[in-house]
Design a protein around this ligand. Structure first.
Ligand code: ZN
Length: 242
């Protein structure tokens, strides 16, 4: 089966619609979302509704839990905190209930799906180094683990239980003795200095994964955020991709 896997929409409807239109052209069997549907952007309720309309599996991210007041905001920087407090004020009862029903991990066709890390997903740690990525292979038994959270796409492989490699490519097929940790990047707020929206396609029969980048109407999103008086930093970073 072929799955489109995306994460970190962050209430950015223009980026989400761009990704979903591209996914529909790719003819996948099902869509999977790895969380952080809300936070930062201007359209939280619309994004909850749009994601959950045709997603087969959706798990929760830290911003979803923060919007539901399930976790404290003391680990959030001032801009993220301001955006979450605004989101809490506009999130409908229906969106709250739907976000509240999402779990923290799921499994599908040889793949573990989680927002942050395979170990202790509720701690919301960030995989930012190759050492941490290498350690993560001890924490899942499946062939693939798909994560989001850092907003930086990457494909890391493990071979024969030891050799860890960052694959410098946007398309990769596993060989017999390999396993794979894939960061699918972010739909609504990329942070790898590339402002284009990002998602992944996982082919479970071929044991392959590909990363897809697309430009979207950033100015339309920024215009809404300006009208809502969102923090300038959150508006600006969409163009910078950071
Ligand atoms: Zn996020």
């Amino acid at each position: 089966m072929r799955f489109a896997i995306y994460s970190d929409v962050h209430s950015n409807l223009e980026a989400l619609e761009t990704v979903l239109a591209d996914i529909s052209r790719k003819k996948v069997d099902a869509n999977i979302c790895l969380g952080d549907i809300v936070g930062y952007g201007p359209d939280p309720n619309e994004c909850v509704d749009r994601v959950l309309r045709d997603v087969q599996i959706c798990i929760a991210g830290n911003h979803d839990h923060a919007a539901l007041k399930r976790i404290s905001l003391h680990n959030f920087n001032a801009y993220a905190k301001a955006a979450i407090e605004w989101t809490q004020g506009v999130l409908s009862k229906d969106s709250q209930e739907r976000l509240g029903a999402l779990g923290l991990t799921a499994e599908k066709e040889e793949a573990l799906l989680v927002h942050a890390t395979p170990r202790d997903p509720e701690k919301w740690s960030y995989i930012l180094t190759m050492e941490h990525a290498a350690a993560c292979f001890q924490d899942f038994t499946q062939r693939f683990c798909f994560v989001g959270h850092t907003h930086s796409p990457s494909i890391v492989t493990e071979e024969d239980g030891t050799q860890i490699r960052l694959q410098d490519t946007d398309e990769y097929q596993l060989t017999k003795n390999q396993r794979c940790l894939v960061n699918v990047g972010s739909v609504g707020q990329p942070r790898d200095r590339d402002s284009r929206t990002c998602y992944a396609i996982y082919d479970s029969a071929k044991r392959s994964v590909s990363l897809h980048r697309l430009p979207y109407d950033i100015q339309a999103t920024q215009k809404k955020m300006k009208a809502q008086k969102q923090p300038e930093f959150n508006i600006r970073r969409l163009v910078d991709g950071r």
